[in-house]
Ligand binder design. Structure first.
Ligand SMILES: [Zn+2]
Length: 298
């Protein structure tokens, strides 16, 4: 049975670079693909008000092996910045582990404006997975499998030359972002991830790559289940009225994540059930734009 990083509900532990470091250096050196030259970690991260962190390095290294395997027939490769700093021969898009002292609008990962690179915030990732795993009827989510999907989405931004987020002073800024362009870029990046997962999950030859893809597809199904449970158990009544806090966007740059997950699931699976869940969500949103009282006195 394949072992994946566990879905610990605790905050991540700081980890040292493991024996896989040597493998990574060799792999990173052998990747000769179009990518921006690596910028200094200190500049890229600190100029946006973030600090680097060593938390979850091993988890992210393991995830990047799977992500690059899934991306192997594209021009995108992601390399851990902490294993390639100072090397001008490494080609690929660096992934930085970052943390912020602020509690602002946050996202587990993003391609920051002005850098062909990816920021991963392991603390936001851990909190996000923990929050979306708790509650009655919920399934335990796996940080590694969820992060694999998130990084395929970020690879979509790199492939389509769009950036997801403007970071200033240690938080995500909504300023200077055209909402409709940002939403189109998010959907395009989701399309990239969904198309790749669908192709890899159904490839004729069963191997590590097809298994990886199936694990991630399974994770997205779990996530849609958990989000449905949240809407119908924790927010009973929200579905009938299309309660805005449940069904509407919580930020300009990121279309409602629950809607995006349902959409990605449907793009991959194309079943009556996945289409129904997406349509039901859209219907609830429509009800939310035209609120009607649940009960009317005669
Ligand atoms: Zn995005």
């Amino acid at each position: 049975m394949m072992q994946y990083p566990s879905s610990s509900s605790h905050r991540p532990e700081a980890t040292a670079i493991g024996p896989s470091g040597r493998w990574w250096r060799a792999a990173a050196l052998s990747v000769l693909l179009a990518g921006a030259p690596l910028a200094g970690a200190v500049d890229v991260v600190t100029e946006r008000g973030y600090a680097g962190t060593t938390v979850d390095q091993q988890l992210v290294e393991a995830v990047l092996v799977r992500v690059n395997r899934l991306l192997s027939d594209t021009a995108i490769r992601l390399v851990p910045s902490w294993l390639s700093n100072g090397s001008s021969t490494v080609q690929g898009f660096p992934v930085y582990l970052v943390q912020s002292g602020l509690k602002g609008a946050e996202t587990p990962a993003a391609v920051p404006f002005g850098c062909r690179c990816v920021f991963v915030n392991p603390f936001v990732l851990a909190d996000w997975v923990k929050n979306n795993s708790k509650g009655s009827g919920r399934l335990d989510l796996d940080r590694g499998n969820f992060l694999t999907f998130v990084l395929l989405h970020e690879a979509g931004h790199l492939a389509k030359l769009t950036s997801a987020a403007v970071f200033e002073n240690g938080e995500m800024s909504q300023l200077n972002v055209d909402p409709s362009k940002a939403k189109a870029a998010e959907e395009e990046a989701d399309d990239f991830a969904a198309e790749l997962l669908k192709r890899r999950a159904r490839q004729a030859q069963v191997n590590d790559t097809s298994l990886d893809a199936n694990w991630v597809v399974n994770e997205l199904t779990k996530l849609s289940w958990n989000m449905q449970a949240f809407r119908s158990l924790d927010e009973f009544g929200a579905f009938a009225v299309g309660k805005p806090s449940v069904f509407f966007d919580n930020g300009y740059t990121h279309p409602n994540l629950a809607w995006r997950i349902l959409r990605v699931n449907n793009l991959i699976q194309r079943t009556k059930e996945t289409q129904y869940l997406l349509d039901a969500f859209d219907d609830a949103r429509r009800r939310g734009t035209d609120p009607q009282p649940l009960y009317q006195r005669k």
